[in-house]
Design a protein around this ligand. Structure first.
Ligand SMILES: Cc1cn([C@H]2C[C@H](O)[C@@H](COP(=O)(O)OP(=O)(O)O[C@H]3O[C@@H](C)C(=O)[C@@H](O)[C@H]3O)O2)c(=O)[nH]c1=O
Length: 179
């Protein structure tokens, strides 16, 4: 069974994926339509993708703007990441607050990230895979972000490897949130 733990940022959740180990290795279930559609989540899978990163890579903080905003399920099937969410929903009591947790192949945990959140991560190991299940298709014109170091998170990383695009996003304080 998927174990679901609500987070202080309303609507977001930490999910422990069902995992089984035997003398061959391990088996992890990453998605079940009936589970993710139920209740408040109502997640409908539209796209899936993964990235592979070296250690000390930071990607983020990303989201898609309305009307192409989406929910994400993020997990790490190889290596480990420090995964970070920021609440961008203006009416939310936790607007501007962040939450971080380690997701790894070893703990087989996933974040459920509702629409209206920025998402990013730092890799903790080489050859780390970050895997996404997403509820809308990618729209390049609606792909946006805020600066990774603008909302109070201590990344504990002196020289992160980052894309040029991620270093040019506005800080949270200058971002006029549509969520
Ligand atoms: C996200 C995405 C990117 N791309 C393209 C754009 C670009 O040429 C190349 C790499 O894109 P990026 O540099 O944005 O990749 P990356 O920085 O890994 O983007 C990811 O970051 C994390 C934090 C997330 O939350 C993800 O949803 C996604 O935004 O892939 C797609 O074609 N489809 C997609 O869905």
């Amino acid at each position: 069974m998927f174990a679901f733990e609500s987070l202080p940022l309303t609507g977001a959740a930490l999910i422990t994926l069902p995992a089984f180990a035997d003398n061959r290795g391990s088996f992890v279930k990453t998605f079940q339509d009936s589970f993710f559609r139920q209740g408040d989540i109502g997640f409908e899978l539209k796209e899936s993708y993964f990235s592979v990163s070296h250690k000390d890579v930071i990607r983020g903080m990303h989201f898609q703007l309305p009307p192409h905003d989406h929910a994400k399920i993020v997990f790490c099937p190889h290596g480990a990441i420090l995964d970070v969410l920021v609440d961008l929903r203006r009416q939310s009591p936790t607007y501007g607050q962040y939450f971080a947790a380690e997701l790894s192949a070893a703990n087989h945990q996933a974040f459920y990230i509702p629409p209206g959140f920025a998402h990013g991560f730092k890799t903790l190991e080489n050859d780390t895979i970050t895997y996404y299940l997403v509820s809308s298709e990618h729209s390049r014109d609606h792909d946006a972000g805020i600066m990774y170091d603008s909302f109070g998170m201590d990344w504990a990383c002196a020289a992160p490897v980052m894309s040029a695009r991620d270093q040019e996003f506005p800080p949270l304080s200058a971002f006029d949130s549509p969520f």
